[in-house]
Design a protein around this ligand. Structure first.
Ligand SMILES: O=P(O)(O)OC[C@H]1O[C@](O)(CO)[C@@H](O)[C@@H]1O
Length: 482
C-alpha cells in the first residue's frame, strides 16, 4: 500500500518535472524566436496595405511558410530521397548513391539557410536561366535579399530554383524530377474519378451553362495540389460541385463565355497550367470541350521548365499524362487519350515551347519588358486562363491589395488579351471581392484563406481594338531592338 503511494507520488513528481521542463524549453524557444525576429526585422504585425507580402510580417502566411512550411518541405525531400534510394539507384545507376549523399547534404544546408535567414546567393553553372536569375538577385535591394525580408514570391521561387540547382550539379541526377513520383501517384490514385468525370462530361453540347460547368471543374480541381492539399479528391467530385457553389466567392464565368463567343476568328485560348494530376486532366478536358464546342480552334498549354512548387506540370508530366490516358485499360480514359492525341496531331492543342519566364521570380507585369515575345504570343489568344494560387500571386505582383480592388487595376498593365484567373484560394492575397467578404470569412475561420476551399473565377477583359494597337506597338519596339 505504502509502496503504491510512493510509486504514485514518484510518478506525479516525474510528470511535474517533465511539465516544467516542457514549459521552460517553450519559454526558451520563445525568447530565442523573439531575439531572431528582432535581429532580422520581423515585426509582429499583419501585412501592411498595398505592400508586398513578405516573411517580414509575422502575422502572415508568408512568414508561416518561410518559418515552417518551406523548411519542412526540404526536410521531407531529404527523407523521400533516403527512402527511395534503392529505386533511384535502379534507374540511375550505382553512382547515384554518392550524388544522393551530396544532394541530401546540400538540401540540409539550404534548410539551414532558410532558418537562419541568409542572403540569396547567385547561381553557378550555365543553365539557360542562370544569368537572368543572377541579374535579378544582384539587383535586389539589401533589405530585400533574404528569406524573411524579401518579397514572399521571390523567396518561394528562389527556393525551388535552388533545389533544381542542387540536382542539376550532380552527374547522375541532373535530369531527375524529384517530384515526379508524387505527381504520378497523385494521377494514378484518381483513375476512377477520371473515368466518372469523362463519362459525366462526354458529349456535352455547346451552351453557356455547360461551358461554365467545365470552367468550374477546372477551377475546383485546383484544390488538389501537393503542397497544401495532399488528399486525393473524392469520387463524388462531380456531384459535390453543386455544393461548392457557395464557396465560389466571385463567379465571372458568364463574362468569360461572352469573351469567347464574341471573339474574332481564329479563336485561341491559352492555359497557363498549374498542377499535374487531376488538375491537368480537367484542363485537358476543358481544352477538348472548347475545341469540340467550336469555342476555340486552338488551345495552347504553357508548362514549367523545371520541377516547381512540387506538383506543377512540366513538359515531361504533360507528355506522360497524354500517354497514360491513351494507353489506359479503362476504355473511356483511353478514348479520351486518343482524342487528345488527334488534337495534338492536328495542332488544335499545342504544348508551347519550354519557357523559363514561368519559373522566374518575376511577376507578370514585368513580362512586357522582360520577354516581349511571350507577351505578344499571349496576345494572339482571345483569352489566357491562369490556373491556381501561385499564378494569381504573380498576376497581382504579390501585393496586398485592398480586397475590393478590381482585378484589372491589380494587373498593373499586364493585359496581353483578356485575362482569366481560376484560383482556389491558398494564401492571403485577394482582389475583386465584395465589400465585407474577407471580414465575414475571417470571423468564421481565421485561416480560411490557407485551405483552398474557397475559389474565384475572375476575368479582366481587354477590348480588342486597343489591344491590337498595343501588340503592333510592341512588335515595332521588339523589331527596332533587333
Ligand atoms: O498550386 P497552387 O494553386 O499554385 O498553390 C500552391 C501554392 O500556394 C501557396 O501555398 C500559396 O501561394 C504556395 O506556397 C503553394 O505552393
Amino acid at each position: 500500500m505504502l509502496s503504491d503511494k510512493m510509486d504514485q507520488s514518484t510518478e506525479m513528481t516525474s510528470q511535474t518535472d517533465i511539465d516544467s521542463v516542457v514549459v521552460r524549453s517553450a519559454a526558451f524557444k520563445q525568447t530565442e524566436d523573439l531575439a531572431f525576429n528582432d535581429r532580422h526585422l520581423i515585426y509582429d504585425i499583419a501585412t501592411k496595405a498595398r505592400e508586398e507580402l513578405s516573411g517580414h510580417f509575422q502575422r502572415s502566411f508568408a512568414y508561416f511558410t518561410i518559418k515552417h512550411r518551406s523548411p519542412m518541405m526540404v526536410a521531407e525531400m531529404v527523407s523521400f530521397l533516403h527512402d527511395n534510394e534503392p529505386k533511384i539507384m535502379e534507374i540511375f545507376g550505382a553512382y547515384a548513391h554518392f550524388d544522393l549523399k551530396r544532394i541530401s547534404w546540400s538540401l540540409q544546408l539550404l534548410r539551414d539557410e532558410i532558418k537562419e535567414n541568409h542572403e540569396f546567393k547567385v547561381f553557378q553553372g550555365k543553365a539557360p536561366d542562370s544569368e537572368a536569375w543572377n541579374q535579378f538577385i544582384r539587383n535586389l535591394d539589401e533589405d530585400r535579399n533574404r528569406w524573411f525580408s524579401s518579397v514572399w514570391l521571390h523567396a518561394e521561387c528562389y527556393l525551388y530554383r535552388r533545389i533544381w540547382a542542387i540536382f542539376r550539379r550532380s552527374d547522375t541526377l541532373s535530369s531527375y524530377d524529384y517530384f515526379a513520383q508524387k505527381k504520378i501517384d497523385a494521377t494514378t490514385s484518381v483513375v476512377q474519378l477520371m473515368s466518372i468525370v469523362i463519362t459525366g462530361m462526354r458529349g456535352v453540347q455547346r451552351s453557356q451553362e455547360n461551358f461554365q460547368r467545365m470552367l468550374k471543374l477546372a477551377l475546383w480541381s485546383n484544390r488538389c495540389d501537393l503542397s497544401i492539399n495532399k488528399e486525393a479528391p473524392s469520387e463524388e467530385f462531380l456531384m459535390l460541385m453543386a455544393d461548392y457553389e457557395s464557396d465560389l466567392l466571385v463567379d465571372e464565368s458568364g463574362d468569360i463565355w461572352r469573351v469567347l463567343t464574341e471573339a474574332w476568328d481564329p479563336v485561341y485560348v491559352d492555359i497557363v497550367c498549374d498542377n499535374a494530376g487531376f488538375e491537368l486532366f480537367t484542363d485537358l478536358l476543358l481544352a477538348e470541350y472548347l475545341i469540340e464546342a467550336g469555342l476555340a480552334c486552338r488551345v495552347r498549354f504553357h508548362v514549367k521548365a523545371i520541377p516547381w512548387f512540387i506538383s506543377d506540370v512540366t513538359k515531361q508530366d504533360f507528355l506522360w499524362m497524354l500517354n497514360f490516358l491513351r494507353r489506359h485499360e479503362i476504355a473511356e480514359i483511353a478514348s479520351f487519350g486518343r482524342r487528345l492525341r488527334r488534337f495534338m496531331r492536328n495542332r488544335s492543342i499545342i504544348l508551347c515551347e519550354t519557357c523559363y519566364f514561368w519559373t522566374s521570380p518575376h511577376d507578370y507585369s514585368q513580362m512586357k519588358n522582360l520577354l516581349p515575345c511571350l507577351y505578344v504570343s499571349l496576345s494572339e489568344a482571345a483569352l489566357v486562363i491562369f490556373k491556381g494560387d501561385l499564378n494569381y500571386r504573380k498576376l497581382l505582383g504579390d501585393i496586398n491589395w485592398e480586397y475590393t480592388s478590381p482585378l484589372i487595376d491589380c494587373l498593373r498593365g499586364f493585359l496581353p488579351t483578356s485575362v482569366c484567373a481560376l484560383r482556389a484560394i491558398k494564401s492571403d492575397i485577394y482582389c475583386g471581392l465584395p465589400t465585407c467578404m474577407v471580414e465575414w470569412l475571417t470571423e468564421e475561420d481565421r485561416h480560411w484563406m490557407r485551405t483552398g476551399k474557397k475559389g474565384v473565377i475572375q476575368v479582366a477583359i481587354m477590348h480588342r481594338l486597343s489591344g491590337d494597337a498595343l501588340v503592333e506597338d510592341l512588335q515595332c519596339k521588339h523589331h527596332s531592338k533587333e
